[in-house]
Design a protein around this ligand. Sequence first.
Ligand code: N01
Length: 566
Amino acid sequence: MVEEHTVTNDAARGANVYDVLIMGAGFAGLHGLHRLREDGFRVLALEAAPDTGGAWYWNSYPGARCDVESLVYCYSFSPVIDAEWRWSERYAARDEICQYLQWVATRLDLRKDIRFNSRIAKAHFDKNDQLWHLRTENGEEFLGRHFIASSGPISTPIMPNIPGLSDFRGQMIHTARWPTPGPDFAGKRVGVIGTGSSGTQLIPLVAEQCGQMHVFMRTRNYYMPARNRPLTDEDYEWWYKNRDDVRAKLNRSEISGGGDIMLDEDIAKHPNSTNGIDLRREERFEILEKRWEHGGAMIGYAFRDVIWNPEVNEDVSEFFRKKVHTFVGDAGLAEKLEPGKFPFGTKRPTVGTDFFETFLRPNVSLVDVKASPIERMTEKGVVVAGKEYEIDILILASGFDAVTGALTSIDIRGESGRSLKETWVDGTATFLGISLVDFPNFYMIGGPGSPSVLTNVVRTNEFQVDWIADLLCQMRENGHRIAKVKPEAQQAWADKVEKAATHGFWGKTDSWYVGANVPGKKRQILAFTGGLPAYRKACNVERDSGFSQYGFSHLAELADASVLLS
Ligand code: N01
């Protein structure tokens, strides 16, 4: 029997009560809104930006483009979307991704249930009325029985830890807060700090426009050529025939977050099915070479054991180190760009176009800030090894407080009144990366302890959205109002996450994967590294058991039920 779950307009408090409140209207938020609304729940999504787009909305820097192929960096849940949308390029530019999400919001009539320009400042679970109380920065309040955080794992930018940063008198821009319109670079002296995915995409394009560019490079990362190109009718013909198979493979895939699209069959069969160690060395290099020609994020993930077998990882790492020479020839420059001596894959590799070649331009200088870190900023520029590099514009491609930052930067408090930030001060423990002890009826998409950023995030988000919706439907059918994950279930999953991380090189390198880029953040692998199939299996077992690792309460069992709204 379906419980009455319509919204109650609580005029006394001047607030609306929803079945479900969703934080964020990016990929996961839009899907969550659609699915739960189809299930008959009253849902509202609160989005900080003026339109949908999620993290992509804010990352409008030149060259911003997804490095996962567009055919698999999109929804699979809707036949309407599948049939009506067509991507123009192998890798979608930021604008096209935003257009896609904005079109989806309109096509599925989601806009009426999204409140834009509404950044959530706090979210408290009130044990008296058993509701989530949300307040936005503009002072609006909303009440919800369930609260889903889909704020994105890579959405809270961080500034580099450099003395005197605020002394700089020129223009300073973080890639994830790019202004509209962007700056005019013509004739300007530009400094770039950061050569991760964002810096790698931006540097070639800004170098073409500006007068002089200094790139302050700390870690030399593994880089792969994207080989972007327009998608043709033939590509789409292939896609319609193979779409279901590709999606099923992504769900079975342990490391193939980007998908293997339109690869020759002999090389496509390798990831996830072949351990590199079972091949001869020459065969490994042959496969890598073929993948290099094909381009894209999956080159280095050719073998399922790349992240835990030292011999295989060293071959892959060496392959990329040698490849630098094919771009820049000159031995001196190639040495300055060669990836550092850390295992491939332990820091997210970058994918781009003309990145290495850009350092051959006469207006671009490479400043190695590994050996001599940036000393300080001055009014005029950046000081390294006693030399001041004068610049007009400083671009910070310095990254994000990943996975947890978007959650801990908001005042989210559970049943005991303890904040999420306090709860995670010594590390994150969650149940399936979705639920948390002391935070009833609270669910995270892409939370710590889920495979999130190590997989195709859109696909994993879809899976989590459906799982959470199934949980809410079951609760409704059983007349349950509150779901609390059992402490022993959370501990068991946290142990699994930790154990999985020991099987691999993850902890060996400083990267945002382990929170090393945020001062004071506990060093810990933030994602479940056991692979998507193992994760899906654990979630499916839990769903099939009737969500046995949760304790549920009926309305009547709740303390002081008289104050509850129904
Ligand atoms: O950030 P990053 P990002 N002095 O953390 C450097 C996703 N993404 O914005 O490596 C000097 O990777 C830092 O140096 P080091 C993707 O998942 C996806 O580029 O710490 N340098 C590094 O070079 C990606 O991984 C797309 O030594 C300093 C850089 O700043 C994630 O977002 C596009 C410094 C930060 O690199 C983050 O990427 C863009 C200092 N004091 C982003 N402080 C797609 O295409 C920091 N750095 C899907």
